[in-house]
Design a protein around this ligand. Sequence first.
Ligand SMILES: *Cc1c(COP(=O)(O)O)cnc(C)c1O
Length: 333
Amino acid sequence: MDLNQFPRVALGHWPTPLEPMDRLRTHLGSGCPKLYVKRDDCTGLATGGNKTRKLEFLMGEALAERADIVITFGAVQSNHCRQTAAAAAKLGLECDLILLDMVHGRGPSYPTSGNVLLDKLLGARLHQTSPSSAQVKLQELLNRYEMAGRRPYVVPLGGSNATGSLGYVAAYRELGQQCADQAITVSTIVHAVSSGGTQAGLVAGAAFYDHRTRILGINVSRPDGTGSAENVREIARDVLERLDGVPPGLDRRVEVVDGYLGPGYGVPTEGTREALSLAARYEGLILDPVYSGKAFAGLIAMIREEKFNADETVVFLHTGGNAVLPAYVDEIA
Ligand SMILES: *Cc1c(COP(=O)(O)O)cnc(C)c1O
């Protein structure tokens, strides 16, 4: 596999650390598998997160196409939008963020603090609109820029397409190297899944190397049973077609776990609050209430249900997101 054939820009700090979670393991009791955390909250770009890896390839493609503006979408408190704004700032590109009003009933600080504050500091232009108006807003911006002779580049929701997913193929390889160096055999990687590019890249990596490592994505955004896995499979196939072809059995490698979403995307549950608290108090690890906290709650529940053996090794991929915490002060504090 040759990832060097794709345009890429350096945006992050690699490799991100791989750390044991021994105190939490002891707390969870004798049936608990060995636990590690892969710190993709520490990618270094404007408080970090998983989108940095995708943006190295997406921004590489934007520069190769001589773009001068990037446009992307997300929820109001999108970590993806914040990291895209930071990448654009670092590379000297202008940035428009279409922020979609998709999380209802949040506290008074939700629309202005956290990632929104950082988006503004990073110099992005913000356009708040409803999810149903996103395409209209995009078309309006594209028309305006094309008339003015500009070269806009559109990054998909969450940076999730074959190009962005290359970042998580690279991450799978990076983790494999760390595990080889530390003599760790990983049975399962657990992480939050939303737009799907992270899991697609990891699955593509595991399929490429023909490893048996399970990639368990915890659904944190779509109502249960509404096609999260199909979405991931589609991106995984696309990314493998750009590498060395799609191996047999790919679809079976994509495992999305439902049951931890609660009332909906961006709405923390009791389990999310417990996960934030356990990670913080036993490991000094700060999770977020939208993605990593929900996924961690899923991991803890599966450990309590003895879904893993005590002698296997599970890696939790911390995808970042804690820049959102000020927006949830009323619900978390
Ligand atoms: C975007 C995001 C995810 C989900 O990654 P996808 O590739 O969209 O599935 C998980 N955690 C955090 C903190 C994120 O910002």
